[in-house]
Design a protein around this ligand. Sequence first.
Ligand SMILES: [Zn+2]
Length: 309
Amino acid sequence: MSLQKHSSPPLTFTAGPLDRDALARTNEKKFGTRLKSGKARIVIVWNQQHLISPNHRALILSYNEAARMIDLDTSLLVFLGIADEEPWFALGLPGSDTPPDVGKPAKFVMLNDVIALLPASEASTLAYARAMVIWHFNHLHCGRCGAATKISESGHSRICTNTACMYRSFPRTDPAVITLVTDGQRCLLGRQPEWPAGMYSTIAGFVEPGETLEETVRREVYEETGVMIDAVHYVASQPWPFPSSIMLGFRAKALSTAIRRGDDELEDCRWFARDEIDDFSDLGSTNIGFKLPGRHSIARFLIEDWRHG
Ligand SMILES: [Zn+2]
């Protein structure tokens, strides 16, 4: 099993076009030169939202366009990488009740609401920018001594301004496992109470300190469904910037099939025959009675991978 063997499009948020050029991050001169080169492309993130034009494309600003709107010398700017010789930056704007006026016909929109409409490369870049900006705004103070932090390494770390501390923190990514458990021609799906009516998905949970990924898969499946599983196989991963996860997708075969929910995370869980999944309509048609996760999700990818595998 691998993404390369699939004829379906790659997973959303995995088609990033940028060369991150991580070795240049400590070069402040290069950061400034790139920013003011006339080629800079700036992705605004305001209140966790992105600028989307009426034709459902991300609106990316030039340096001059952004500079007309805000003082870039005192703004949160993160170097994202290079594509087609153009340096890309994320510009983080603090939350306010009124969105900034960019003087263009575009609206600030939550990424979740436009994922399915955006070209894959744009979705990946916006996800990256979003995760970076959210991390900065959540780490304005040192987790060790409480003093203010300042941006460093072209926006890829923050450093404490207390000279007795100088603790450096880095953008965090929270690993979460997501697993399709199968038993022959059926698979195990559950639903959380806050999901859209009728939606069922694969079993997921966060990795805890001191755990291997395989142990997390085993624990989460057992806690949420009571099902014991055999060997765990990795399938694919997906960055999930809501706000800062990486979803690690697995498949596992069931050793036991009795369902006994051990925690309250799921309000229902059951085995679905492959025929039921094949009959599924993603319009959520009530004659089938359940829905699968959207096609942009790794949960759906795992289900489709099994169906077609
Ligand atoms: Zn500190």
